[in-house]
Design a protein around this ligand. Structure first.
Ligand SMILES: Cc1ncc(COP(=O)(O)O)c(C=O)c1O
Length: 401
């Protein structure tokens, strides 16, 4: 007899972007020429001084368990970063380090969400928010946000979504997958609604803050709305800014009373993040920052390349993302068309399957992010691959009738 699987886990599927990347890897292993633009990680090497700091820490003997919520040195460095870059004041006991930003989100949700609790999640959203809330027994209240409002939630929509059961409003700027960035004014426009509902906590995920384009400056939610600092959890990490996804270091900053409970949750999950990973993150935050700008410029060039090539594909419309490294394009005009094999494209999922089958390009369908009729293409890949992938997408679209 098969071992019983808990209902809470049965409620969530394997993440669609993980599934898409897995399928691409399998096809590659079968010898197919696949360009996988489905996963979200920078393709650059981690800066050399960061790697050196980790090696030195290991040799110094920093190979033991650390404090569950992260070393004091790293928590102080995070406080320093938040003050320097975001103008925010936090004390080390208001900060915790986790195994990636994802675990920081997970800790916050499992520490707070129970059956019946709701989390307001503007769509398109990063898949993890919806799934972790569901896993914890809560109900995601997905608020569709259209291209017309820049894929951002408006005060009116927020007001309609809030109920007495709302525990969280989850904001992500720059957004994965849409690249949308909230301006100071857009954040401040949400403030009167949040003021009227003091039971709503805010999670703000600023993981992509350094990957922003067109000369924009990142604005942290709390810098825009300091009155909500005592009911906001800020999520960030080193994964994207320093190309350190595999080191698995992220962090949360929030009220000490909640951080304490999040550390308790983490204590029974991992006993704390990796010691050498933390030494690496410390070097990333406190060392030279030129890598961040070099990477940002590369992403901006790739964005321009990809958006322009996608807009030349028949039936595809792609807005310029303001940040992050994803193109979130509409394929709505292609729904109802037929492939050369005579199959009908009935949905965004059919379209992304068609791209993979016919041209070997792996991207993720928009419905996975709560916005059907779209797809997400990660431009965290070499220019040559991006050009080849976009040419193939153009060919695939031209072949639809
Ligand atoms: C919006 C967003 N937040 C958080 C994370 C988590 O990052 P980490 O790799 O540090 O867990 C990701 C990763 O894809 C992300 O896209």
């Amino acid at each position: 007899m098969a071992i019983k699987i808990a209902k809470r886990l049965q409620r969530i599927p394997l993440s669609p972007s993980v599934a898409a990347s897995q399928r691409a890897r399998e096809l590659k292993a079968e010898g197919r020429d696949i360009i996988a633009l489905s996963s979200g990680e920078p393709d650059f090497a981690t800066p050399e001084h960061v790697i050196a700091a980790a090696a030195e820490a290991a040799r110094r003997g920093e190979t033991k368990y650390t404090s569950i919520g992260g070393t004091l040195d790293l928590r102080k460095a995070i406080c320093g970063k938040l003050e320097r870059e975001n103008g925010l004041v936090y004390k080390p006991d208001e900060v915790m380090v986790s195994t990636g930003g994802k675990q920081a989100i997970y800790n916050a949700i499992v520490a707070t969400v129970e059956e019946g609790d709701e989390a307001v999640i503007p769509a398109p959203f990063w898949i993890a928010y919806e799934q972790v809330v569901t896993y914890a027994g809560g109900t995601p209240v997905v608020v569709p946000c259209t291209a017309e409002t820049g894929f951002k939630i408006t005060p009116e929509k927020l007001a309609r979504a809030i109920t007495p059961a709302t525990t969280w409003l989850i904001l992500n700027s720059p957004s994965n997958p849409s690249g949308a960035i909230y301006t100071r004014e857009e954040y401040q426009a949400l403030a009167p609604v949040l003021r009227r509902h003091p039971h709503v906590a805010v999670m703000v995920d600023e993981m992509y803050e350094h990957i922003i384009f067109d000369g924009a400056r990142p604005v942290s939610f709390i810098a825009a709305c300091p009155e909500f600092q005592d009911r906001t959890v800020l999520i960030n990490g080193v994964s994207k800014a320093y190309s350190m996804t595999g080191w698995r270091i992220g962090y949360a900053a929030g009220p000490a009373s909640l951080i304490k409970e999040m550390i308790k949750a983490q204590s029974q999950a991992t006993s704390g993040p990796s010691s050498v990973g933390q030494a690496a993150a410390l070097a990333a935050l406190e060392g030279p920052q030129d890598f961040v700008e070099t990477q940002r410029q590369a992403f901006e060039q790739r964005r321009d390349l990809v958006v322009s090539m996608l807009n030349q594909a028949k039936g595809i419309a792609c807005r310029k993302p303001a940040g992050a490294f994803y193109a979130f394009a509409s394929c709505e005009a292609l729904i109802g068309k037929r492939t050369p094999e005579g199959r009908t494209i009935g949905s965004d999922r059919d379209f992304t399957d068609y791209l993979l089958d016919s041209e070997g390009v792996a991207v993720v369908h928009g419905a996975a992010y709560g916005v059907p009729g779209h797809f997400r293409l990660s431009f965290a890949a070499a220019n040559a691959d991006l050009v080849r992938a976009c040419e193939r997408i153009q060919r695939a679209c031209a072949a639809l009738r």
